[in-house]
Design a protein around this ligand. Structure first.
Ligand SMILES: [Cu+2]
Length: 310
């Protein structure tokens, strides 16, 4: 703008200046609007080799949670002795590797909950899926735990930080006493089994190509029938018609799978609902899959065991 500008030009310049100022103010304003979380993407960064890869929901894979470095520190504090058949309150503390607590404001709701814990005993016989509630201290989460067996249980946490918007994992061990023997790392062989009967229902799992091969995507179909015939009242649980969680025998990690039938308005076959799942197992070995479904308001779990070949 020059000193000898006409009144019309001056007015136009003033208008441009005002619009620019307004846009700048909006930009600054939005930058400082609180998003709820105090954590940012860098808090969940791990450097170096063996860093935990974020999952790709379109190609679900087995995640080796224990072997890789998680950017999250997870610790467990039971309120008392942890014994088989007894219920004990357990506090889970989640923090970034820099020590910042990870509380409810820092996590997105995923599958209806902010924090999922997948708990399994050394024999992969006692599988539980629980949802802790925020505790009194920021970063603390509390749940009631009733182990059905003994030995060192492994607890995998599955959650989505607001700061990254992607699935993240951590794990910690919880001994269920009394310990009779020095803790040895047990690797047991599970008999292959593609079907299970639980609570009056038969559950069948099948792979599109046998055997399942390491590194190759496999499609699994999961069918439910009533052992005595009749309708199967399959209802969604945590925003899905079924959840499958796969563990390897050494419990080095897990794969959490959801059906390709994502639409909850879709009605499965009333007598024999069948759901399909995609999965890739990067390593050969023996695996156990636990399925979790809601049948007429009751949650039913069923296990399968199989080998992934080279
Ligand atoms: Cu799930």
């Amino acid at each position: 703008m020059t000193a000898n500008a006409t009144p019309l030009e001056a007015a136009r310049w003033r208008q441009i200046a005002l619009i620019t100022l307004g846009a700048a103010a909006l930009y600054v304003g939005f930058r400082y609007v609180p998003t709820g979380t105090n954590l940012n993407h860098m808090d969940f960064r791990v450097t170096g080799a063996n860093a935990l890869e974020f999952c790709d929901p379109s190609n679900p894979q087995f995640i080796p949670v224990v072997a890789v470095r998680s950017p999250v520190r997870m610790t467990l504090r039971p309120a008392g002795e942890v014994r088989p058949g007894e219920t004990v309150a357990v506090t889970v503390s989640l923090a970034t590797s820099g020590g910042k607590p990870i509380g409810p404001r820092d996590l997105n709701v995923a599958h209806t909950r902010k924090l999922h814990l997948l708990i399994v005993d050394p024999w992969l016989k006692d599988y539980q899926h629980v949802h802790p509630e925020p505790g009194e201290r920021e970063g603390d989460w509390v749940f009631a735990f009733t182990p059905h067996g003994r030995g060192t249980y492994r607890i995998f946490a599955d959650f989505v930080p607001v700061a990254t918007g992607r699935g993240l994992y951590a794990s910690a061990d919880l001994p269920v006493g009394p310990e009779q023997a020095p803790s040895i790392s047990l690797v047991m062989q599970h008999e292959t089994s593609w079907s299970a009967v639980r609570e009056g229902y038969r559950f069948d799992l099948a792979a599109d190509a046998a055997p399942i091969r390491a590194g190759r995507p496999a499609t699994l179909s999961f069918a439910i029938t009533r052992t005595e015939g009749g309708p199967v009242p399959l209802e969604p649980v945590m925003d899905a018609f079924a959840h499958l969680v796969a563990f390897d025998e050494a419990r080095s990690g897990f794969a959490h799978l959801h059906p390709n039938e994502l639409d909850l308005a879709w009605r499965p076959d009333p007598e024999q609902p069948v759901l399909t799942f995609q999965v890739t197992f990067p390593q050969p070995g023996r695996y156990v899959i636990w399925s979790q479904v809601n049948l007429g308001g009751r949650e039913v779990f069923a296990p399968f065991a199989f080998e992934v070949e080279d």
